[in-house]
Ligand binder design. Sequence first.
Ligand SMILES: Nc1ncnc2c1ncn2[C@@H]1O[C@H](COP(=O)(O)OP(=O)(O)OP(=O)(O)O)[C@@H](O)[C@H]1O
Length: 343
Amino acid sequence: MSSKQSIQFIVNPISGTHGKEFILHLIDKHIDRNRYDYIIRKTEYAGHASELARRAAEEKTDIVVAIGGDGTINEIGRSLIHTDTAMGIIPCGSGNGLARHLHIPMTPHGAIETLNQGFIKDIDYGIIDHHPFFCTCGVGFDAFVSLKFADSGKRGLLTYLENTLHESLTYRPETYEIENSSGTVKYKAFLIACANASQYGNNAYIAPQASLTDGMMDITILEPFTVLDVPALSFQLFNKTIDQNSRIKTLKEKKIIIHRRNEGVFHFDGDPMMGGKDLTVEIIHRGLKVIAPEKGRTYTEPFSVLQHFTDFIGTRPLTSTIAEKHRKLLQLNQNLLRRLSKK
Ligand SMILES: Nc1ncnc2c1ncn2[C@@H]1O[C@H](COP(=O)(O)OP(=O)(O)OP(=O)(O)O)[C@@H](O)[C@H]1O
């Protein structure tokens, strides 16, 4: 019997915008073969990653690695909760919120090195209306946009940005009641984000104080705002200080019920889902094993809001036609803010 640990890599070929062959080549080249035996599986349809991961856990595979974005991570993570199989991540999505929170390097080579180090930590996960999430879930504007994006038929950050900006022009805040163990409070809100991880992705920190190991979720409520609030909100989203904005209310809870007037969409890790008027959201403490760097970042990155914003809108220089398009969209938008990971 082999003393090596077993890894199954699960590749989502459609995640992000880049081909995955290069990553498979890097795995072949850099994975520690003294430590690991590995196999690679490719997903063939939505939901397939969940099936593959469930089977891998049943077969006592030591590690299942998601090669994809937060949607793929969600599929794999939900099959590994409360098992002995740990989840690794080679981030390939458009936002990579969970990987960024865990300080997993964004480069495939760096992420493979993290696997080779093999440090395992137990993290919390959340459940909204019976759907596990690992990063964020919520109702309101970002759930609405996740639905629009899912319907748009094409993927990519520009499409997402376009949808976000256009829809924010007409989106109306709704009234919600949030019930916790001590009572119910009413809020008029543009969005309510329930965060296990601190960011949506792309370093857009919707809940900067969120911890993956405290057994609590950080709830960010964005109340109605005016155009005058947009610059500060946008800056603070990337500066990890949005919780200090006067339009923001924050709560820390283990379990809440969100009551809304009508049934409608919510999102979990950026994927839209239709739900009822009452949505139960709770955090389950340390239910998933993940492989991540042992002590925060393994390299130092100077913190720059401008860089984070650039990450968010893409890496092309702001001198191109794309930049012109961004500028027009930015003019159109008076409400931008938002998550910007998915999609
Ligand atoms: N072979 C496949 N064909 C079609 N859809 C797939 C396939 N494999 C996975 N999917 C679906 O693709 C969706 C999007 O994947 P994922 O979230 O990983 O990529 P992304 O949207 O580019 O990244 P991010 O979530 O970071 O923006 C997942 O929800 C998953 O269900």
